[in-house]
Design a protein around this ligand. Structure first.
Ligand code: SF4
Length: 223
């Protein structure tokens, strides 16, 4: 199945119609060139109304961590959003949102992730090398090509992804640029670590360990 077909299926999905407090409105934003996949739990009320992922205060915080403005966040196809569940689960009268419905990940996650590009850990390039070694890899620029930095995203459990950034030739050698990208990678690692199984188990009662693990994997930065 193609990515377009999977996305069409998600957008037409009404599997939870009898359980949600509103008409399902799946919110997902990925493309064939998605390289940074952000995975939250589920859309909240404001996102349900607008149809735009992270169109709320949590999105403002996320963009501030990432150092990108709204225009870039919504206009750059390399940035994608695919939550653990695509529809708003509704608000608990005691406060907060209900957990994301498990059915959504069971129905769609593996199909969607299978259509997104990814780098295998044994691939011979700087991104995979940074993941394997947990050290920053520098790709030196030349007259024909830009430079790049590949910085591992380090969480308490180890490397959870890699931030790879292409830079104008020479910038990759500057200490100030390396420091800046390292800070950005640390912020991204916090985002990714925030949805690792240990942290999400409390917020998602009823999800099995393997499902949470799958979800956390999906939250990793895919480069
Ligand atoms: S939450 Fe997922 S499975 Fe449920 S209706 Fe929405 S898209 Fe379908």
């Amino acid at each position: 199945m193609s990515l377009d077909a999977v996305l069409a299926g998600i957008r037409a999905c009404r599997a939870c119609a009898d359980e949600l407090p509103h008409e399902p409105r799946p919110v997902v934003r990925v493309s064939p060139v998605t390289r940074l996949l952000i995975c939250g739990q589920a859309p909240g009320r404001r996102v349900h109304e607008s149809g735009l992922p992270f169109d709320d205060p949590s999105g403002d915080r996320l963009r501030s961590w990432l150092g990108v403005d709204r225009e870039t966040f919504y206009g750059d196809p390399s940035i994608g959003v695919a939550a653990m569940a695509f529809c708003c689960p509704g608000t608990d009268p005691k406060g907060g949102d209900y957990p994301p419905p498990r059915r959504c990940a069971q129905l769609w996650r593996s199909q969607l992730l299978a259509q997104l590009p990814k780098v295998e850990r044994n691939t011979d390039n700087a991104t995979a090398a940074a993941f394997r070694s947990a050290h920053t890899c520098v790709v030196k620029g030349s007259e024909q090509a830009s430079g790049a930095l590949a910085v591992p995203l380090m969480a308490p459990a180890g490397c959870v992804g890699v931030l790879a950034i292409e830079l104008p030739r020479g910038s990759e050698q500057r200490e100030s640029m390396r420091a800046l990208v390292t800070i950005l990678a640390a912020q991204l690692a916090r985002v990714v670590a925030a949805v690792r199984p240990a942290e999400t188990a409390d917020a998602m009662p009823g999800w099995s360990a393997s499902e949470l693990s799958d979800v956390a994997q999906a939250a990793s930065i895919r480069t």
